[in-house]
Write a new protein. Sequence first.
Length: 138
Amino acid sequence: MPMAWGDVVVERRIPGRVTNPRDTEAALNWQLERLGSTAWQDWPLKFQRMAFGYAQDSGWQDAADAVKWLDHHALLHEGTAPRGALVWYQAADRIRVACALGSGQVVGPLIDGPVATAVLSEVSTDWIWSDPVFPFGQ
């Protein structure tokens, strides 16, 4: 939908759906194989990018940068996250990301700890979700 800003027309473009190198179930299995690992502490965005099969940088500085980009492209949703969705949540004064397992549970490197599963409502009361989109991933 184009918007007019003076003499400039700005069009909000929504990127097309891209298939990730690793599908949802393979990405979740990859994450579950790393339960207990402390190697990903403070690297939740990198962990999710790697889980879905991208070896190179996501193009985002951090999860907050990703949320801004996803919001700008109208890719964020509220409510219950479906299995395999990226769940963006507020914790310890910053935005973090985990992956939905379904039934209100997530997996990933949780706040200052190892890779684990948790009930999302016990981790944060403030979250949104997106499909596992890594538009700059390689």
